[in-house]
Design a protein around this ligand. Structure first.
Ligand code: NDP
Length: 297
């Protein structure tokens, strides 16, 4: 039996439409739109695309998106001063610094400088701590989107065995907290885990975020499981003889064609978790804006 394909593109459209309606209501109520400021330091081509997409996506739903591009030689001090300025600006609801940063800038220092109530990426230790202790928090966008995709599959999470492969601060760890809060029994795994395939085979919900193309094979998937593939890996294909040009394509961390024959539901790559990340960033901006203005009114 082939799995239900969890269509992140379509679900992201629904989330964006909701944000659009709520942003309009916010603008009417407070006399200004919610504001998202995106900071890019340097000229990394992928980061340029991501940040432009974020700015554009914000504008499309009625959020005032603004992209600040700083030169690659920007010092940590200058970047921190820019963050201070945005922290103090009452018309700014969300601040996002695109990663990675150039070598001369300490990433942790910068992320810690963003006001927690404007931290729409949810990377500040205060938000991570709030999430871990079950208190209201700005939740990192990718795990937030992944939870919405799991909900599409209509599975009961209470008591379910969830396995997460990858323990990064931006995906694996917050994902574990969200699944724990939904009463799943959560196992975290990583590069030092022994018998990873066996552990994966026990998962009712399997979330993979490692950045290793198709490492998780079809026979690692428990029949009937929900599989969320966060990985985005660009791989070459097509060149079979010398002189032929290879093309590239995006694949996930899960061997999709194999896994979809065993899973009950699975996210594709592309078109699964990816589109949900920006949609959830927009949602976080609105949540941050509403929380701040409600507190002040
Ligand atoms: P990191 O590199 O920060 O973390 C990778 C994690 O995977 C680490 O915990 C690492 O273990 C673990 N890992 C690496 N190799 C293995 C292995 N062979 N077996 C088991 N675990 C392994 O990655 P991110 O969390 O930032 O991203 C993961 C993937 O998700 C990437 O492909 C990235 O592009 C994608 N991504 C996609 C997003 C989207 O919007 N769709 C957003 C964010 C990320 P250890 O800790 O032991 O080193």
């Amino acid at each position: 039996m082939s799995a239900l394909i969890l269509d992140g593109k379509k679900l992201a459209e629904t989330v964006r439409a909701e944000v659009r309606d709520n942003a309009l209501a916010f603008t009417k109520k407070y006399g200004r739109p919610p504001g998202l400021e995106v900071i890019l330091v340097g000229e990394d081509p992928a980061s340029q695309i991501y940040t432009r997409n974020k700015e554009k996506a914000a504008k499309e739903v009625g959020i005032r998106g603004k992209l600040h591009v700083l030169p690659s030689e920007t010092s940590e001090q200058v970047l921190l001063a820019e963050i201070d300025r945005l922290n103090a600006d009452e018309s700014v609801d969300g601040i996002l610094v695109q990663l990675p940063l150039p070598k001369q800038i300490r990433e942790q220092r910068v992320l810690d400088a963003i006001r927690p109530d404007k931290d729409v990426d949810g990377f500040h230790p205060v938000n991570a701590g709030r999430l871990a202790s079950g208190r209201p928090a700005l939740v990192p966008c990718t795990p937030r989107g992944a939870m919405k995709l799991i909900a599409l599959a209509n599975a009961k999470l209470e008591g379910a065995r969830a396995v997460i492969v990858g323990r990064s601060n931006i995906v694996g760890k917050p994902m574990a907290q969200l699944l724990l809060a939904a009463h799943a029994t959560v196992t975290m795994t990583h590069s030092r885990t022994r018998n990873l395939d066996e552990i994966c085979r026990q998962a009712d919900v399997l979330v993979v975020a490692i950045g290793r193309a198709e490492l998780v094979r079809g026979d690692w998937v428990k029949p009937g499981a929900i599989v969320i593939d966060v990985g985005m890996n660009r791989v070459s294909f097509g060149a079979t003889a010398p002189g032929e040009t290879a093309r590239t394509k995006l694949v996930g961390d899960v061997a999709f064609d194999e896994a979809k024959e065993r899973a009950a539901a699975i996210t594709p790559v592309p078109g699964g978790v990816g589109p949900m990340t920006i949609a959830c960033l927009l949602e976080n901006t609105l949540i941050a804006a509403e929380a701040r203005l409600t507190e002040h009114s």
